[in-house]
Design a protein around this ligand. Structure first.
Ligand SMILES: Cc1cc2nc3c(=O)[nH]c(=O)nc-3n(C[C@H](O)[C@H](O)[C@H](O)COP(=O)(O)OP(=O)(O)OC[C@H]3O[C@@H](n4cnc5c(N)ncnc54)[C@H](O)[C@@H]3O)c2cc1C
Length: 451
């Protein structure tokens, strides 16, 4: 039972390995709670990247969409994203299918989302007065008292009363608690496996991101404040998006094991080419690209005595709003550490339920993506969906049921369970079936698929 007495005390030393969103959120909430409890703690954030630089050395590979639910949660905690962090406010989605496209607006005026860069910008970017999202969060932590150490952790060793961390530049220190916020970095996750005997790493798949550089006026003309989302019948791609960010457009491809051929098929498809000025050679204006991994299944037992893993290293939200999920796991871990304790028993009882809830919702998400994949492969279902959304534009915003379902699928703002329950609404299903029959009838009559 002695193990259950593992607690954070006055003067405790906490190491956060990884200064991405989950590491910063954990630090922020832990300082806030410690202040309420009148506890004086020391937090070191050890981060290998410099988020104040352009290109891969400052980037945590991401589409850079901050969902409205995250913006609301953050503002509830007193974290307001300053204008310098936001590259573009996103007011609508342009939904592209082979059959045509339609603009979907947020169902309420206040449902705005934002695009940002995790680092300073793509490789070769010219620094201006804009700031990186990850750097901004880290600065908030530094202002609360966190010590930022620019280094890479390469070794961890469990001792009787703590854990020793060793980093590349000869840094070495013993901590009472080590928080793993290392994203999906396999090498670092394996270091945690040695500390957490039951830990099973999250399952991942390969995605694609690139930055396309275009003149700001052209971005305003061709993209405006709309994020372009593609549901095309292309192998392996579940979802493609073009996200405007001032002088760049970020392309994100999510799906299974995305490779160069799949990327080429997407870039050469007509609906994608039509989004850009005529005769644009897309490949020649890509300034930065990578194939990062994304979570498709959460980790198991991402904790042990004096150790907890959060953010992508534990559980994320399937395909969407990973930063929002990082916020949730970081907050649950901070609450456990300050109000309960730091043994594996405490983490199992008070932290794991948050991961389980996310994972349960992801199972519903997997089912929703199965449905969207079926729609993606059927010309008739896509025509029906497109017509339904086009017809909804005649209605008041709050009555646009299918549009709001699609908005939430693309932004990741609502839990998958909530989206699924709304889809099961008899009126929504009836209208979709009705439009499907209409699409089949038009196909028979005109012998072609059209809107
Ligand atoms: C293609 C793609 C698009 C995405 N788009 C979005 C989106 O638009 N919106 C959204 O909300 N989410 C998106 N995500 C998900 C989002 O990027 C992640 O969920 C989020 O970054 C998780 O935050 P984190 O802090 O857990 O991990 P990370 O952001 O990966 O941060 C981990 C940090 O740990 C550091 N680190 C690792 N090992 C060490 C070590 N040994 N020593 C020191 N530091 C170390 C890394 O340098 C890194 O800074 C996307 C993901 C992908 C793959």
């Amino acid at each position: 039972m002695e193990i259950n007495n593992l607690k954070i005390k006055d003067g405790s030393n906490i190491a956060i390995v990884g200064g991405g969103p989950s590491g910063s959120f954990f630090t922020y909430f832990t300082f806030e709670l410690a202040e309420q409890l009148d506890l004086h703690i020391n937090i070191d954030i050890i981060e290998g990247k410099d988020f104040n630089s352009c290109g891969p050395s400052g980037c945590n590979q991401c589409g850079g969409i901050v969902s409205e639910s995250l913006i609301q949660m953050l503002s509830g905690d007193g974290i307001i994203l300053p204008a310098e962090v936001i590259r573009q406010g996103i007011e609508s989605y342009t939904f592209h299918l082979e059959q045509g496209n339609v603009v979907i607006e947020a169902s309420a005026d206040e449902q705005k989302i934002a695009s940002m860069f995790r680092g300073l910008g793509p490789l070769g970017c010219i620094p201006d007065d804009r700031k990186s999202f990850d750097n901004h969060l880290m600065e908030l932590c530094a202002a609360k008292g966190a010590n930022i150490i620019r280094d890479r952790v390469i070794e961890m060793e469990r001792k009787k009363d703590g854990i020793i961390l060793r980093a590349k530049n000869n840094f070495e220190k013993e901590y009472d608690l080590v928080v793993g916020a290392v994203g999906l970095n396999k090498t670092t996750l394996e270091l945690f496996s040695d500390l957490c005997p039951s830990f099973i790493l999250p399952k991942t798949t390969r995605t694609f991101i690139c930055e396309i550089q275009i003149d700001e006026n052209q971005i305003n003309k061709y993209f405006g404040n709309s994020m372009h989302v593609f549901l095309l019948n292309l192998p392996n791609i579940k979802f493609g998006a073009l996200i405007p960010k001032a002088r760049y457009v970020t392309l994100v491809l999510l799906g299974a094991d995305i490779n160069t051929e799949i990327v080429a098929s997407f870039l050469e498809s007509e609906p994608v080419k039509k989004c850009f000025p005529p005769n644009t050679d897309l490949k020649s204006i890509i300034t930065c690209q990578c194939y990062p991994n994304i979570n498709i299944k959460g980790a198991k037992s991402a904790y042990a005595d004096r150790v907890v893993l959060i953010g992508d290293s534990s559980t994320s939200k399937l395909y969407k709003n990973g930063i929002g999920a990082a916020y949730l796991t970081a907050k649950a871990a901070a609450n456990t550490v300050l109000f309960q304790g730091i043994s594996s028993v405490h983490f199992k009882k008070h932290f794991q339920p948050t991961c389980n809830k996310l994972e349960k919702d992801n199972n519903i998400g997997k089912f929703i993506f199965k449905i969207t994949s079926s729609v993606q492969q059927s010309v008739i279902l896509k025509s029906a969906l497109l017509r339904m959304v086009v017809n909804e534009k005649q209605k008041e915003r709050y009555k646009r049921k299918m549009s709001s379902i699609l908005w939430d699928i693309f932004t990741g703002s609502a839990p998958y369970k909530n989206i699924f329950v709304r889809f099961l609404n008899p009126g929504t299903i009836f209208t979709f079936v009705w439009n499907t029959i209409g699409a089949m009838a038009r196909m028979v009559k005109y012998n072609k698929y059209e809107l």
